[in-house]
Design a protein around this ligand. Structure first.
Ligand code: ATP
Ligand code: MG
Length: 463
């Protein structure tokens, strides 16, 4: 059974139950109200009769009482008979007034007995200190029940009409509610199905603030992340292919040239140039493979460092010296740190710290146009060392600053502006893993169009 049918049935059954209970209570209340009202009416009639008897005695006006009693059956059709009796001078009870005209003035004992099924109400009316009259009123139970039943039958018709309308409205509302509750769930199911088929651009409407709208928003966020991951995977595969293919192609063409020219007379400096070029490309390949191995270690949680006493300024100078040919080639001025005198030494892994500097300085050179400057600085900050690599390059937008330290993340526009190999987006995530393994922190500050500054801290060792 579908969720919609189940919702509809449950809500419909609840509506029917509420309507049935409400109308049942209404009917029962109305019935007891009518019965109580009939009894109260009879008691009020008896009280009025007693009052008239009292007034006619006080005013010595028997006619007033007789006329009043005679008019009673016309006022209330439920009344079978009514009379007022009082003892005469000899103390024998006489009927003063009766609804049957002929029975007024006869001795009380001559009155016929009350018919069966009648309700007789009596009230004493004090007249003299030693004598009292009695007002008597009899109603037909059958007639009372019939008039209550007639009113109830009208009530039943009214209730049936209202119930019909309420049930119709309730069932329509329950169906509408069931549809409105299940439609977003069906949309989610359809969306999940499309995502499963690989249509990662699928999004579903998520208006409102209820739980289902929240779930829909989460679904859209998930689809967005999956789409981004897919894009990153595609970019990564094409970057990896490029990173492997371009140095291999360069090595291949250099070797082919060497083979071709091997039998000819050749300038020895040309040999050196070619071998240096091949070494440069194998170095690039080897750095790329090292990055991939590092990534695998980080993913496995097996990334470790070997700490020792280290002169960080010296390491930074070695790196700037190593990368200065590249800086010259790009037409960028590369400045190493000032003399490290007065700086504390670090307690860190020298190879890994060198790797961080190489990554940061390579990035700075890659994203700084000709004529720019890249400088490395080391300073003391409390008992730590604060290292920074600043450039006057293209800069990074604030919204990209947070994500560039994640693996495979590259700023798309920056790729086209890069000088030399585009890379794969692994460098900064490896730097982050290295710095954090040293209990340090790495971050970037940047102003688009003006330049960037990458900073990281390292624990201090001996002064
Ligand atoms: N100095 C910088 N100036 C401007 N953008 C930078 C700078 N350094 C890094 N970025 C941005 O951060 C991205 C990620 O850098 P990261 O070093 O992780 O990867 P990559 O240099 O693209 O590739 P890889 O380091 O794997 O060769 C870069 O692609 C670039 O968009
Ligand atoms: Mg890099």
């Amino acid at each position: 059974m579908s969720l919609k049918t189940r919702f509809g049935l449950v809500i419909g059954a609840m509506v029917l139950f509420v309507v049935a209970a409400t109308t049942g209570i209404l009917y029962w209340t109305e019935k007891s109200f009518l019965a109580r009202e009939a009894m109260e009416r009879q008691e009020t009639a008896l009280a009025a009769l007693s009052q008239v008897a009292r007034e006619s005695h006080l005013s010595q006006d028997d006619l007033m009482l007789i006329n009043y009693v005679l008019s009673l059956p016309a006022k209330d059709p439920d009344i079978l008979f009514a009379y007022v009796a009082a003892p005469d001078a000899k103390g024998v009870p006489q009927v003063l007034a009766h609804t049957i005209k002929d029975l007024s003035g006869v001795p009380l004992s001559t009155l016929p007995p009350s018919p069966p099924g009648s309700r007789v109400l009596r009230e004493t009316v004090p007249q003299r200190p030693d004598a009292a009259a009695e007002a008597v009123l009899a109603v037909s139970q059958e007639k009372v029940a019939a008039s209550v039943e007639a009113s109830l039958s009208r009530t039943r018709k009214r209730i049936a009409g209202v119930t019909g309308v309420m049930v119709l409205l309730g069932l329509t509302a329950s169906t509408a509610l069931a549809i409105s509750l299940t439609r977003p769930i069906s949309r989610l199911a359809q969306g999940a199905g499309l995502l499963g088929q690989g249509k990662l651009g699928t999004r579903i409407p998520a208006e409102g603030s209820d739980e289902i709208a929240q779930l829909s928003r989460e679904f859209n966020n998930m689809a967005h992340r999956l789409e981004k991951l897919d894009e990153m995977k595609k970019d990564f595969v094409s970057s990896v292919t490029h990173e492997l293919k371009s140095p291999l192609a360069a090595i291949d063409s250099t070797l082919e040239l060497i083979l071709h020219e091997s039998k000819k007379e050749r300038d020895p400096s040309k040999w050196l140039e070619d071998v240096a070029a091949i070494r440069n490309h194998t170095g690039r390949l080897s750095r790329f493979v090292t990055d991939l191995l590092d990534l695998a270690k980080i993913e496995k949680g097996a990334f470790s460092i070997q700490r020792a006493d280290l002169d960080v300024a010296e390491t930074a100078r070695e790196v700037t010296a190593f990368l200065s040919p590249l800086a010259d080639k790009n037409g960028v001025s590369l400045r190493g740190p000032k003399d490290g005198a007065g700086l504390p030494r670090a307690f860190a892994d020298s190879e890994r710290v060198r790797q961080v500097f190489i990554n940061l300085v390579s990035n700075a050179l890659k994203f700084t146009p000709k004529g720019g400057t890249v400088s490395v600085e080391i300073a003391k900050s409390d008992n730590r060392l604060l290292c920074s690599v600043s450039d006057t390059g293209i800069g990074i937008k604030p919204e990209d600053l947070g994500r560039i330290f994640d693996k495979f993340e590259q700023v798309r526009e920056a790729r086209s502006a890069a000088q030399g190999p585009k890379g794969t987006g692994l460098g900064l995530s490896i730097c982050k893993a290295i710095v954090e393994a040293h209990d340090g922190r790495i971050w970037a500050e940047s102003e688009p169009g003006k330049g960037s500054k990458f900073c990281f801290t390292l624990p201090g060792g001996k002064a």
